[in-house]
Ligand binder design. Structure first.
Ligand code: EPZ
Length: 420
């Protein structure tokens, strides 16, 4: 139960290298179940969630060898087609084994994810999707149990654009008989990376990067190697840190095209942004202008940047409304931000942030990954000392965030093994 101790008020200057994308790794790793053999991944992020996915794949019989930034998976000996509750309760993305297992082995037993820190996150679209592809699915003692001889192509139109459900249907349909059409598919860069990986394995997918996918099933796929795309949310988090703490920072090894919505809002807040290849340079605004944000599916403003945006707006010269249209009650960071002196009023799925002159250090509690990131950002500018407790939430999705922040001038340190 580590915590971070932050002494606020230090401007940030320097360059941060962005890691591989957590949400791409969590989609591509289970896709290896679709064909037996050895896969090599590079630019993989050194994160707790990647460890969790590796452990889950090992329970199916796969061999997984990890180094800090590379991963080798051998699915030759896969013989167990189950995702136990013990794994799924730790990480919802474990549900990504459902599609590949039912498609490849005709059987899958996957625990339902259960509750999430910030409210209902149903998986009905995942279940409906594989049902439409011909699987017999029943819910039994908290598990999704799916069976199918061979999946059959179908026309699937999602009510909501879902990253996870699109990924599971994609991974199921690539081995189905016939051509599946998916409408209102997610087109997040991580979903696109998954589709491109499947095509490299021999799949036939048209419309990649759009809301309309056509997947012509094939009889078999083969193992390949892949480099993970950069993490756009990690890049966005550091850019907002720079805008909030003041100074000039660079994020390198990222894909600026995947951050257009965030960069546009940062410029509206008064920051200056320069793009040069895979590098973004940000110079902090003199005064942070109030900028309203409403989250949306890609390429809209990502919900995974909502909490960080609230931290930035907490010091703006006016008031801003931050609305989450994806997760209506993803605001667990707000009461903690108020403990740091922020002036925020919640109104259903909108936070009205009245800018204050300064924040003041305090003890705050992490609740989930992005909420914790916003508390770190606020701690960087809060007067005095901020203690961010339970930072294991952060280690799930940010690689050594304190070291990266220290490298650009932040006064932050990790204190291990605290009980509180
Ligand atoms: C992915 O989650 C990401 N996780 C999340 O990032 C991210 O917040 C989310 O997409 C939205 O961008 C991973 O990629 C591992 P969804 P996912 O299915 O797939 C509703 C982070 O911080 N929905 O796109 O679970 C759902 O309730 C994490 O890195 C259904 O109604 O999200 C939500 O309102 C947190 N039924 C909307 O769709 C379903 O069956 C989008 O959810 C599935 C989803």
């Amino acid at each position: 139960m580590d915590k971070f101790i932050i002494h606020g008020g230090k401007k940030l200057n320097g360059s941060v290298r962005i890691s591989g994308a957590k949400n791409a790794a969590l989609a591509l790793m289970p896709a290896t179940l679709l064909a037996s053999g050895k896969y090599e991944f590079t630019n993989t992020p050194d994160l707790r969630d990647v460890t969790s996915m590796a452990k889950l794949l090992q329970t199916t019989g796969a061999d997984v060898v990890r180094n800090a930034h590379s991963l080798s998976i051998n699915t030759f000996r896969v013989n167990k087609f189950e995702a136990p509750y013990e794994h799924v309760k730790k990480m919802r993305a474990s549900i990504y084994v459902l599609g590949p297992l039912i498609a490849r082995y005709g059987y899958a037993k996957v625990s339902l994810p259960g509750g999430c820190a910030w409210g209902p996150r149903p998986v009905n679209l995942h279940i409906e999707g594989i049902r439409k592809l011909g699987a017999a699915v029943k819910l039994e003692s908290g598990y999704i149990v799916a069976k199918a001889k061979r999946l059959k192509a179908a026309k699937i139109a999602f009510d909501v654009s879902s990253v996870g459900a699109t990924g599971n249907v994609l991974m199921a349909a690539v081995l189905a008989r016939g051509t599946t059409v998916v409408e209102n598919a997610a087109k997040e860069p991580e979903t696109e990376a998954l589709a491109r990986f499947l095509v490299k394995m021999g799949a036939k997918v048209e419309g990649i990067g759009t809301n309309h996918l056509e997947i012509e099933g094939v009889d078999a796929l083969h193992p390949v190697n892949e480099e993970m795309i950069p993490d756009r949310i990690e890049a966005g988090t550091f850019l907002v840190a720079g805008a909030l703490a003041g100074g000039k920072i660079k994020v390198t090894h990222c894909n600026p095209l995947q951050l257009t919505a965030v960069l546009t809002k940062l410029e509206e807040s008064g920051a200056s942004v320069k793009i040069d290849g895979d590098t973004i340079e940000l110079r902090a605004p003199r005064n942070i202008k109030p900028v309203n944000v409403t989250t949306a599916a890609y390429p809209g403003f990502p919900t995974d940047m909502q909490a960080q945006w609230i931290a930035l707006m907490s010091l703006c010269t006016g008031s801003a409304v931050v609305t989450d249209a994806i997760y209506f009650d993803r605001f667990k960071h707000v009461p903690e931000m108020i403990r740091l002196g922020a002036d925020i009023t919640l109104n259903e799925n909108a936070a009205v942030v009245q800018g204050v002159k300064k924040l003041k250090g305090a003890k705050v509690m992490s609740t989930d990954l992005r909420a914790s990131a916003s508390l770190i950002l606020a701690g960087l500018v809060a007067e005095g000392t901020t203690e961010v407790l339970r930072v294991y939430h952060l280690d799930r999705g940010y690689e050594h965030i304190e070291k990266k922040l220290q490298s650009i001038g932040a006064d932050i340190k990790r204190v291990s093994g605290q009980e509180y």
